[in-house]
Design a protein around this ligand. Structure first.
Ligand SMILES: [Zn+2]
Length: 131
């Protein structure tokens, strides 16, 4: 991938990250009010607490999206962006345009989704056996 292309995707990803974080910022503001008194004496703890509160305030889907976008930003910086994390082939350009934080090419994505479903089914299977 050309440098100019990489920079374009980096901008796209960083914008996406900001949007995701800004969307959840209001919830985090509300969450900060429940920090116990005295917490402000320990600034580092307060920051950690705030970050944790913030991440907890995100829905699972939002948290996953933020993590996926951040991972993709790391891949741009490492120079592995655009490669499938499973087979190493180039991810289809059209797929990258639509989903710049995609980890896998289309065929590996399908396999990964099937495995995830199979895993969930397996877990449920075991618990049913125990009953
Ligand atoms: Zn692949």
């Amino acid at each position: 991938m050309r440098k100019r292309e990489r920079e374009r995707f980096l901008k796209l990803l960083e914008t996406r990250r900001q949007t995701l974080l800004a969307r959840s910022a209001r919830t985090a503001e509300e969450g900060r009010e429940v920090v116990p008194e005295g917490g402000e004496d320990y600034v580092d703890d307060a920051v950690t607490h705030y970050t944790r509160e913030f991440l907890l305030s995100l829905s699972d889907l939002e948290r996953r999206q933020v993590l996926q976008v951040e991972e993709a930003i790391v891949r741009v910086k490492e120079g592995t962006f655009g490669e499938c994390m499973s087979c190493g082939d180039e991810i289809e350009p059209r797929r990258l345009e639509a989903v710049p934080w995609a980890r896998y090419c289309v065929s590996c994505q399908e396999i990964a989704e099937k495995e995830e479903l199979a895993e969930r089914y397996h877990v449920r299977d075991i618990s049913e056996e125990e009953e």
